[in-house]
Design a protein around this ligand. Structure first.
Ligand code: PGA
Length: 252
């Protein structure tokens, strides 16, 4: 079944980089070689969206790291999906755990942002994931289903082709503590089964569920062998040439 889902690797640069470092990243991505069977997207800080779009190869997608739920207005500091589109960028990351936990974004707001971005033709990497205490309290499924439910309620079944779900357990992000391939696969599989029930079996079979949280060049290959892991969202390692190895995780 995973054959129908194109492997997807996103690089989330977070609040890092400069024009100079972006040139370096564009350089190692150009040298690659990158597995043509992998869809690659990089997410620079907002101020570098346009520069990144102009600097990286056209075949690499560019994502914003966030955007608001309307086209324009009195929302100081924010950007809209219309602006992302205007810069010829294709994607936006929504609901990243840092947006949820540092900036207090709710499931509801993330659902509304997803709805608006898709309505403007901007594709969405929708992030979900439980905190350590939630995992230890046996609440992983409850949390990821609740977070995904807020997305489901805001979009139609035909819009799922423009959504990638990123399962990122909060305890694994930036900690060097990756979920084991079995732990990640278990959540991805349960989520897919749940989506079949809540949306449709077609959407569940087709939607890409990628894993994020301390993915690196050494652990990516084993994670990529799992049937329901359709790629990665990579933070720290996406700033380094190791990112190429992660993009190529499905190659021998
Ligand atoms: P990390 O970040 O790879 O540095 O853990 C992943 C993410 O936050 O998307």
């Amino acid at each position: 079944m995973s054959q129908q889902r194109k492997f997807f690797v996103g690089g989330n640069w977070k609040m890092n980089g400069s024009k100079q470092s972006i040139e370096g990243i564009a350089g190692f991505l150009k040298t690659g070689p990158l597995d043509p069977k992998t869809e690659v997207v990089v997410a620079p800080p907002t101020c570098y969206l346009e520069y990144t779009r102009k600097t990286v190869d056209a075949k690499v997608g560019v994502a914003a790291q966030n955007c608001y739920k309307v086209a324009s207005g009195a929302f100081t500091g924010d950007i809209s999906a219309n602006m992302i589109k205007d810069l010829d960028c294709e994607w936006v990351i929504l609901g990243h755990s840092e947006r949820r936990n540092v900036f207090g974004e709710s499931d509801q707001l993330i659902g509304e942002k997803t709805k608006y971005a898709l309505s403007q033709g901007v594709k969405v990497i929708a992030c979900i994931g439980e905190k350590l205490e939630e995992r230890e309290g046996g609440k992983t499924e409850e949390v990821v289903f609740r977070q995904t439910q807020a997305i489901i309620e805001n979009i139609s079944a035909d819009q799922w082709v423009s959504v990638v779900i990123a399962y990122e357990p909060v305890w694994a992000i930036g900690t060097g503590k990756t979920a084991t391939p079995e732990q990640a696969q278990e959540v991805h599989e349960k989520l897919r089964t749940w989506l079949a029930d809540k949306v449709s079996s077609e959407v569940a079979a087709a939607v890409r569920i990628i894993y994020g949280g301390s993915v690196n060049a050494s652990n990516c290959k084993e994670l990529a062998t799992k049937g329901d892991i359709d790629g990665f969202l990579v933070g720290g390692a996406s700033l380094k040439p190791d990112f190429v190895q992660i993009i190529n995780a499905r190659q021998n």
